[in-house]
Design a protein around this ligand. Structure first.
Ligand code: SAM
Length: 247
């Protein structure tokens, strides 16, 4: 059916693309991509010719300028496929404004679901998966970052954060200050890639493990939920031990 298709693409392993995603990329009248080079490479890899179909760059900066063209194609009853650089569009990636505009213009919007680092990380984290909150990238500025984490401290759900390897050490420090050093976390790095690694433990343990270690690549941090106000005796004991250790 004609409409706007948000197509998920691999987050590492090139074969993590669905057959339906390939069908859509093969048959769309117009392709739009956050990064046209990545999109071209992906299509080449899977033997999908672009032919004379337009491949339009659409990202946060040129969104307002490019939307009219994409909306016009939709209004003509064409099929538009959008891919972000990796994973699921709209998940810490462009696409929201485009989807919104398409819906307002009366176009159909479809998902071709597939990989997303957030769900891949939750899957391997070993942390409760019944309730989770995806919070995206924390702000980079120290004050804003602290307020952001304080705002998440009492949420009774597993938290999923994206962070750059440059800032992960500082994020763990401030996580300890705001959410406590006994929180269970899982640092998930390079998921589905060759150097995939998951480090699990409390904030305090992870700080120790990664101290002085440069962590390269892409990282998702999964944070266990806060204890309810009535902490168990065991939790109290661990908290006390941790507090004494850090004095
Ligand atoms: N749309 C993507 C998705 O669905 O996951 C996310 C795009 S966001 C701009 C990029 C961030 O996702 C990275 O900084 C990292 O936090 C996370 N990420 C992407 N691929 C990853 C991978 N293979 N392993 C761990 N984290 C990854």
């Amino acid at each position: 059916a004609p409409g706007l298709y948000f197509v998920a693409t691999p987050i590492g392993a090139a074969r993590d693309i669905t057959l339906r995603a390939l069908d859509i990329l093969l048959s769309a009248d117009l392709l739009a991509a956050e990064d046209t080079r990545t999109a071209r490479r992906l299509m080449e890899l899977h033997g999908i010719p672009l032919g004379d179909r337009p491949l339009v760059a659409y990202h946060d900066h040129n969104g307002p300028a490019q939307r009219p063209r994409l909306l016009a194609a939709l209004a003509e009853g064409r099929t538009v496929a959008y891919v972000s650089e990796a994973g699921t569009p709209l998940v810490a990636d462009p696409g929201y404004q485009l989807g919104r505009a398409a819906i307002e213009a009366g176009a159909q919007v479809f998902a071709a679901p597939g990989p997303s680092a957030a769900l891949a990380a939750l899957t391997v984290s070993g942390l409760p998966s019944d309730r989770f909150l995806f919070a995206g990238f924390p702000p980079s500025q120290a004050g804003a970052r602290k307020r952001f984490l304080e705002g998440l401290a009492d949420i009774e759900a597993t938290l999923i954060l994206y962070e750059s390897p440059k800032r992960i050490h500082r994020l763990l420090d401030i996580l300890g200050e705001t959410l406590g050093r006994t929180r269970q976390i899982a640092l998930c790095r390079e998921l589905t890639k060759r150097f995939e690694e998951v480090i699990r433990g409390t904030v305090a343990e992870l700080c120790e493990v990664i101290e002085g270690r440069a962590l390269k690549g892409e990282i998702v941090l999964v944070v266990g939920r806060g204890q309810s106000r009535q902490a168990s005796a065991d939790d109290m004991e661990t908290a006390l031990r941790e507090a004494l250790k850090t004095q």
